[in-house]
Design a protein around this ligand. Structure first.
Ligand code: UDP
Ligand code: MG
Length: 316
């Protein structure tokens, strides 16, 4: 029988986890041809997530967990889960039941059709604030237009992948991970299916608007150097205009003598150029920051404890 690992990053999810396991177990019971195992990654939660996981693990032998020494972020948690899975297929999903487990049969069917991956995208962003919807829309159109990776609007981190694809993902060892992009970057045949977004019923979202903005910026800088080209292009255009302006002024001065006016033009150009230079340095800084963080070669996560046992067959 084929095996499936379910990787679930959890940060302060004590309330929802019992429901998550209950609902997912109900779905799994309807898929008898596969054996499932959970790999929960407790991302340094400050609530009782770890003890809830331990209780679940004592009740269900296929519940495994890895607990981080601190909060490393969802990306690191997903990486830890993928690194520790051994199954033929791996499902990645959120703990908050916003990724409905009832999609499993369709996802498995999708991958069994000969694909390496079956991924989901949100049909409608119900349950999200207007401003978040806007950020998300701008992000997806920006990302798809300027970077190497293309993804449908509303793509979420809910997917099933083959062993082959998971191994490829693990080869990308960058510390600042942007999984949405990595999943697309590695290639492989992916089938996209639509699902209806569900509102989070228990717990709260872990993302602030600022966090979301930083995440979008990470995504763009991780997979595209277009912003760097844009500032180079901007420099070229401005230099060209400046050159033309210098010629005109020189000729004017030679013919009509020195004209002392021009306070407004001088002020405007100084301010404008100052702004452009600041912006360009900022963009450069973003990339340099990324290089700096990568060169430190720090581990992507540090596990404090786990009940994963490499010897044992833990699927159910
Ligand atoms: N998560 C995590 N580490 C974090 C933040 C979030 O592991 O630092 C997990 C969280 O427990 C959930 C998933 O990532 O399973 C998605 O988080 P959330 O529901 O807050 O995000 P949203 O659905 O609002 O995008
Ligand atoms: Mg959520």
């Amino acid at each position: 029988m084929k095996t499936i690992d379910i990787v679930v990053p959890c940060y302060n999810e004590e309330e929802v986890l019992p429901y998550f396991v209950k609902e997912t177990n109900e779905v799994i019971a309807t898929i008898p041809d596969y054996r499932f195992r959970y790999i929960f990654v407790d991302d340094g939660s400050k609530d009782k997530t770890l003890s809830v996981l331990k209780t679940l693990a004592s009740r269900f032998s296929n519940v495994k967990y890895i607990s981080f020494s601190r909060n490393f972020g969802k990306e690191s948690a997903m990486y830890a889960g993928l690194k520790n899975c051994t199954a033929d297929y791996v499902i990645v999903m959120d703990a908050d039941l916003q990724h409905p487990p009832k999609m499993f049969p369709q996802m498995i069917e999708g991958i069994e059709e000969g694909n390496d991956c079956c991924a989901l995208y949100r049909a409608k962003q119900t349950g999200e604030s207007k401003i978040r919807q806007l950020v998300s829309k701008v992000f997806f159109s920006f990302q798809n237009n300027i970077s190497d990776v293309k993804m449908p609007e509303g793509a979420v981190d809910y997917r099933i992948m083959s062993r082959k694809m998971v191994n490829a993902i693990l080869e990308l060892s960058e510390v600042q991970r942007f999984s949405k992009g990595i999943f697309c970057w590695v290639g492989f045949k992916t089938k996209w299916i639509e699902y209806q977004n569900v509102e989070r019923t228990v717990g709260t979202t872990k993302w602030s608007l600022w966090g979301l903005f930083k995440y979008a910026l990470d995504g763009i800088t991780a997979f595209s150097v277009t912003p760097l080209r844009v500032i180079a292009g901007m420099g070229f255009v401005i230099s060209l205009l400046a050159f033309i302006y210098i010629i005109i002024t020189l000729v004017q001065t030679l013919i009509f003598g020195i004209d002392v006016e021009g306070y407004v033009t001088t002020l405007c150009s100084v301010l404008f150029l100052g702004g452009i230079i600041e912006l360009s340095v900022g963009i450069l800084g973003e990339y340099i920051g990324r290089i700096y963080n990568e060169t430190k070669h720090r581990p992507i996560y540090i596990a404090a404890e786990t009940n994963l046992d490499e010897e044992e067959d833990e699927f159910d």
